[in-house]
Design a protein. Structure first.
Length: 239
């Protein structure tokens, strides 16, 4: 009996060790502002990360002085696989501090898209992006445990000029998501959007820890701009 009690757990642990071995993560680098399926584009990087095991990373290394604007030709693919899209990896991009606002170097002009970025999975992180001009929503979140932090949504890369998304800056349907965060570097600027800057499904458990808090963290109010509601196209509907 003693031998069995000692041996069986060891066999089980070995089996678990093999099946639970961490999958290798991959890093994909955006090197161009062109919106195409070609290597080096943001669209390409999202497509490449989707079938990969493990948590992938999308970094930015676009040549020349920023800010750099990626003008979308249409909606990007829905992001369903755990990935960190970190635009603070772009040269000269700097997260916010207690005394200085963030300096962003990557902007997504979604004027030809309904959604600037579409999160449809879990544990996805977006950092260091300026997302503006979407026909509906700057960043749409439909998943769990996602993080949207350190971004400008509804403004240009500086956070000073209003470039509204037509309905919402961020729209959330899902649980335990984080919009902003406790650090100064996590602070979003969400401003100037048509219907509301942030729409959260009731009871989702999503946190917007800044609104802003007494330290100015979490969410920072940027420029305001009054909009007339854009008429919808025939047959157009909002998800």
């Amino acid at each position: 009996m003693r031998l069995r009690l000692k041996t069986v757990p060891v066999v089980m642990l070995l089996g678990l060790g093999v099946s639970a071995a961490p999958a290798a993560a991959a890093t994909f680098t955006v090197t161009t502002v062109n919106d195409s399926a070609a290597s080096g584009s943001l669209r390409w990087a999202i497509n490449q990360s989707e079938p990969q095991p493990g948590r992938d990373t999308i970094e930015f290394d676009i040549a020349g002085a920023g800010p750099h604007t990626i003008a979308l030709a249409g909606d990007l693919p829905t992001i369903g696989h755990p990935v960190t899209i970190d635009a603070y990896t772009q040269t000269d991009a700097v997260p916010a501090t207690r005394r200085q606002p963030a300096e962003l170097m990557i902007a997504i002009d979604a004027g030809n898209a309904f959604r600037g970025l579409d999160i449809g999975g879990d544990r996805i992180k977006l950092r260091g992006l300026a997302v503006h001009s979407a026909q509906e929503v700057g960043i749409f979140v439909e998943g769990h445990e996602n993080v949207v932090a350190g971004n400008h949504i509804g403004t240009d890369a500086t956070g000073a000029a209003a470039l509204p998304n037509w309905f919402y800056g961020v729209e959330v349907y899902g649980g335990d998501n984080m919009i902003g965060g406790p650090r100064y570097a996590d602070r979003n600027v969400i401003s100037s959007n048509g219907a509301a800057d942030l729409k959260v499904q009731v009871g989702s458990g999503t946190r917007d820890p800044g609104q802003p808090d007494r330290h100015g963290r979490g969410r920072h109010r940027g420029p305001r701009r009054r909009l007339r509601r854009r008429p919808r196209r025939p047959g157009q509907h909002r998800a």
